[in-house]
Design a protein around this ligand. Structure first.
Ligand code: NAD
Ligand code: UGA
Length: 333
């Protein structure tokens, strides 16, 4: 959890399962849940004993007595034993990232985002777990003029990744809509989450790394594309609320309603580091949309959620974490 975590005071489920717990969002979520008093089983196929990213993401968490980590692939492991007595399952495991989803890797996206989710839903409903929160994505909206995108808008996924995320959330919702289904599903459409331990393929991480190290930054397009950037602690608060608020169900955006351009992110990174990033412009990448911007009304009404961390403060915390990582390991991922 990052230094903004002091405001993570949301009530937690008593016993929770977090899939994708060795990942960026999952590790922060599991940490916040344990800190709030939950017993948490984290599941991920990346093994912290052999995978340095998983080890770094889980380093603080694995020292906490309320946390148990299981290294397993949801495509073939026995899921039901992991769910015994769980009040909530947070299903974050999956293959993220828009651009690599074109080409042969698509089968991995289908496997982890759809087939594994099918196994999770089957187990969750069989075991009578009352609540499942699934990680969906702003990418399901596809190209929008300037937004804001509301949950009732027609999805127009523009990349193979986005297609799998739409199918994933709809699969979970179809399960929960069955007569007598014991599980309520909340599908959170996260808008570009950033902060400490962000995946190294993502733009904010790369811009801050370039600012810290002097390496150049590849910019896909002219930098005028805009994202509704969401700080990790804000994303975690929304996620826990989605599991604990009894009336929550269906699709909910997790985004602020405002957006910033990539050029603004570069400017903030420059001013935080006191160094001018060397930018190499390349062609825009297929499947990238020009703008994402959430209509946050439903998150506010249903979850009582309002993001607290502005882009400048969030990037400062992100940069401090990267700098600490460099000091500890001698390099930034
Ligand atoms: P991440 O890659 O850091 O974490 C995902 C984790 O899932 C990884 O540790 C991976 O090993 C694990 N995983 C994948 N397939 C698995 C399988 N078959 N069995 C077990 N574990 C498996 O990604 P993240 O950025 O933390 O994203 C988490 C979730 O949120 C993903 O579902 C992603 O699509 C979604 N999401 C992320 C963002 C964002 O901005 N980071 C935005 C929208 C949606
Ligand atoms: C991010 C996550 O990677 C997805 O997993 C997630 O589903 C999605 O947010 C979401 O909001 O749903 P994306 O918005 O593409 O996807 O975020 P970044 O990977 O940080 O890319 C943002 C922009 O920066 C894109 O236009 C991309 O082309 C650009 N970029 C990225 C660069 O110009 N250079 C880079 O090195 C990386």
């Amino acid at each position: 959890m990052s230094q903004h975590a002091s405001h993570l005071t949301t009530a937690a489920p008593r016993r929770a399962v977090v899939t994708g717990a060795a990942g960026f969002i999952g590790s922060h979520l599991a940490h916040a849940l344990v800190q709030a008093g939950a017993v948490v089983v984290g599941v991920d196929r990346r093994d912290p004993a052999t995978d340095p990213t998983a080890a770094a993401n889980l380093a603080a968490l694995q020292r906490l007595p309320g946390y148990m980590h299981v290294t397993a692939d949801l495509l073939n492991c026995a899921i039901e034993p992991l769910l015994v007595d769980a009040n909530a399952v947070f299903h974050l495991a999956g293959i993220p990232g828009v651009r690599p989803s074109w080409g042969p890797k698509f089968s991995e996206y289908v496997a982890s985002n759809l087939l594994a989710t099918h196994r999770v839903m089957d187990a969750v409903t069989r075991m009578g777990v009352p609540r499942l929160v699934v990680a969906s994505s702003s990418s399901v909206y596809g190209p929008t003029e300037d937004g804001p995108s509301a949950e009732t808008d027609r999805p127009q996924p523009a990349s193979p990744y986005a297609v799998t995320k739409l199918a994933e959330e709809q699969l979970c919702l179809a399960y929960s809509a069955q007569a007598h289904c014991p599980t309520t599903v909340v599908a959170l459409r996260y808008f570009t989450v950033y902060g400490p331990r962000q995946r190294p393929d993502m733009f904010t991480h790369r811009a801050l790394r370039a600012a810290l190290t002097g390496q150049s930054l590849r910019l896909y397009g002219d930098g005028h594309q805009r994202r509704d950037f969401t700080y990790i602690d804000d994303a975690v608060i929304a996620t826990i609320a989605a599991a604990t608020i009894p009336t929550a169900s269906g699709v909910i955006n997790v985004g602020s309603g405002s957006s910033a351009s990539l050029l603004e992110v570069i400017n903030i990174a420059n001013s935080l580091s006191g160094r001018e990033i060397q930018v190499h412009q390349e062609n825009p990448r297929s499947g990238d949309v020009l703008t994402t911007r959430a209509d946050p009304s439903r998150a506010h009404e249903v979850l009582g959620w309002q993001p607290q961390v502005d882009l400048h403060s969030g990037m400062r915390a992100h940069m401090q974490a990267l700098a600490a990582e460099t000091a500890a390991y001698g390099h930034v991922a």
